[in-house]
Design a protein around this ligand. Structure first.
Ligand SMILES: O=C(O)CCC(=O)C(=O)O
Ligand SMILES: [Fe+2]
Length: 185
């Protein structure tokens, strides 16, 4: 075994063969815009602040590893993904990062569960789909009801990609979905 492989083996154990490194994953510009976003969130306004938690529930955040599976999807204009709940082989807590182009992700209640969404005074469950605008660089986290009781979809046919009354310009969109596979007993 050459010296480099031996060092990798020592650092990463026997899984070093599966080490995946993507250099320059974030360009200098991406890095600085990420830092600006963090700055704008106001998480580190004092020197004593040294940690911030994302809105994932704390029991999910403390699991090890947080994610062990990554899927990249590339959508050309007109392509999307039909309404679905992510497979049960994945644990709760799913993160999706959007790159390159905006889209509208629609959420709709899973049939048979919609009564759970009635809030005081509501007579009917939501019949329309709830749109969420995913802009490049945005991160969406789904957990609990959002992960199990709502379907999500991206219909990129013209007319569906509208936000605040304006049709969104369609370019290629790449998404990165991070999930954790359920343990097989
Ligand atoms: O591309 C996206 O934003 C969504 C992908 C997705 O829902 C999935 O892979 O299950
Ligand atoms: Fe999904």
């Amino acid at each position: 075994m050459d010296a480099r492989k031996e060092i990798l083996r020592r650092v990463f154990g026997d899984s070093s063969d599966r080490l995946w490194l993507c250099r320059d994953f974030l360009s200098p510009q991406n890095q600085s815009s990420l830092l600006t976003t963090i700055q704008n969130e106001g998480w580190f306004t004092e020197d004593s602040h040294n940690q911030a938690m994302s809105p994932f529930p704390s029991d999910l955040l403390s699991r090890e590893p947080l994610f062990d599976q990554l899927i990249l999807n590339s959508y050309q204009p007109g392509e999307g993904i039909c309404a679905h709940v992510d497979l049960m082989r994945f644990e709760d807590g799913i993160a999706i990062l959007s790159l390159e182009s905006s889209c509208v992700m629609h959420f709709s209640p899973v049939e048979g569960t919609s009564r759970d969404f009635l809030v005081d005074g509501d007579k009917d469950p939501p019949t329309t789909k709830i749109p969420v605008h995913l802009t490049p660089g945005s991160l969406i986290l789904m957990s609990g009801e959002a992960r199990y009781l709502w379907k999500h979809e991206i219909n990129r046919t013209p007319g569906f990609q509208k936000w605040e009354g304006k049709e969104l310009h369609q370019k290629r969109r790449i998404s990165i979905t991070l999930r954790k596979l359920c343990q097989v007993e």
